[in-house]
Structures are given as C-alpha cells and as structure tokens.
Design a protein around this ligand. Structure first.
Ligand SMILES: [Zn+2]
Length: 134
C-alpha cells in the first residue's frame, strides 16, 4: 500500500473497543506514517489505532431485490393509472389481468396475473400481494 499522508487531527475510521464497532476517529499521534493513537468521535476515548473491521459480505450476491423490482415496476405503471377506471376490491368481484383496483388498505393496485383458482396477484405500492377474488 502507498504511504498515507495522514497527520494528527485527520479523521480516520478505526475500530473502537469501547463502542465495539467501527467509528470515526481523529488521529492523535502518528508513528512513521502510521496512526499510533486515535480519539473516538463517538465516545471521545483515546486508544491505540486498530484498523476498522471489514463488514462481512454476503456469500451470495443477490441480483435484484424483488421489493426494489416491484417498486420500480410500480413507478413505471403509476403514471398510466390516473384517469383509468378502478374497481373497488371485493372478494366477490372478478378481476382480469391488467385491471386496476382500489383496495381499502393497500390503495390502487394492478392485477398482474392469476395466481390460481379465485386468486390474483396484485401489484400495490407496497409490493405484490395475493388477493382473493371471484
Ligand atoms: Zn468509541
């Protein structure tokens, strides 16, 4: 690694044993371009510099969070919904794919697909929910 240009008074992230986590510190003393002593901004404690512990990365990287994908889809659909007819939701009403509904709790939703007998998948602002229908 390249030699750092830190000097006393500079902010640095370090592991604080009092706070038991990585916190922002201020360099108090340098020894040969290495922070020797730091002061924690959170607890004001001075201690020997310890490098921040690396956050554990999840072993498997998730491609797309379904919640984010649903929100994105919602944001794209939403502008087309205004002015279109919405049917108040009820379990005794039949809904078709693509129909708009007005739900008393979840608000406006778009019927995405049929999820089985008398069940539909509806995209609301909160995400996709499975609803009963006729
Ligand atoms: Zn601390």
């Amino acid at each position: 690694m390249q030699s750092t240009t830190l000097s006393p008074g500079d902010p640095i992230e370090a592991r604080c044993t009092k706070c038991r986590k990585n916190t922002n510190h201020i360099v108090v003393a340098m020894v040969e371009a290495v922070p020797a002593k730091v002061q924690c901004n959170t607890c004001s404690g001075q201690h020997k510099y310890r490098p921040p512990t690396a956050p554990k990365k999840p072993a498997v990287r998730r491609t797309v969070d379904p919640k984010i994908a649903e929100k994105k889809e919602w944001d794209e659909l939403m502008p087309n919904m205004s002015g279109k007819q919405k049917t108040d939701y009820s379990m005794t009403t039949a809904f078709k794919t693509g129909a708009l509904m007005n739900h008393p709790s979840f608000g406006i939703g778009v019927v995405q697909s049929l999820a089985g007998p008398r069940k539909i998948k509806v995209l609301f602002e909160d995400g996709v929910k499975t609803m009963r229908c006729k």
